[in-house]
Design a protein around this ligand. Sequence first.
Ligand SMILES: Nc1ncnc2c1ncn2[C@@H]1O[C@H](COP(=O)(O)OP(=O)(O)OP(=O)(O)O)[C@@H](O)[C@H]1O
Length: 255
Amino acid sequence: MGQAIIEADGLVRTFGGARAVDGMSLALAPGEMVGLIGPNGAGKTTLFNLLAGTVRATAGTVRIAGTDVTREAPERRIARGVGRTFQIPRPFAEMTVLENVLTGAPSQSGERPLANFLRPGRVAAEERAALDRARGLLDFVTLSRLEDEPARVLSGGQRKLLELARVLMADPKAILLDEPAAGVNPTLLELVIDRIRTLNAEGRTVLLIEHNMDMVARLCSRVVVMAAGRRLAEGNPADVARDPAVIAAYLGDGA
Ligand SMILES: Nc1ncnc2c1ncn2[C@@H]1O[C@H](COP(=O)(O)OP(=O)(O)OP(=O)(O)O)[C@@H](O)[C@H]1O
């Protein structure tokens, strides 16, 4: 493959004596959509945290488009084009749906008082552009009619969609999605699947943690299986589901 958009090499993260991620390597080519599956506690979310920068690596490296970002803060990685959603989104409950989406905008000149003073016109134009973009994204996730409601009124599934819109404000080249289907009702689930497919069709790279195997099989041609912090298997969804080592790992989990 050409240059990977995200590349993890030998990543390790320990908590106390436990190795949550234990020597994990992974490369995502631009435009790829890859599923990341594995039993509970396999280390999938910790791997996401390492890629996004919310957790520091004990060892190993993370590269974004060839640049070593292992020591960079999450904001820098977002600026480099990698966005992520959380398993349990926590929107600002009392802010409106629209305001929540706007929190995903990259930092603007209006946040620098001097720029505001010197170039008020430019700040206003930036704010208008951000507002237009946020409204377009709310339309994309079908939450437009709720834009003025406080985020606390949203259902679990709607919160996932709001979170997706917030992440898209930064126009990421790659998106890490942590269980986008969890707690989403079947009708909304079809919408979530459709929107993920659209984002990928636009050329965005997607790494998808998901326990819903039907969804993974519908979206991803390549699946990476983690167990005990390591890569256990990799392949197309059908082959992976038949792999005895994968079946044993899930049975060990009591599934
Ligand atoms: N902040 C932390 N402090 C201590 N242990 C942690 C921390 N974060 C994760 N762990 C441990 O690391 C291991 C991997 O957890 P992780 O959440 O990454 O797994 P997962 O594959 O995402 O699981 P699930 O599918 O249940 O979300 C688990 O044993 C977990 O308890």
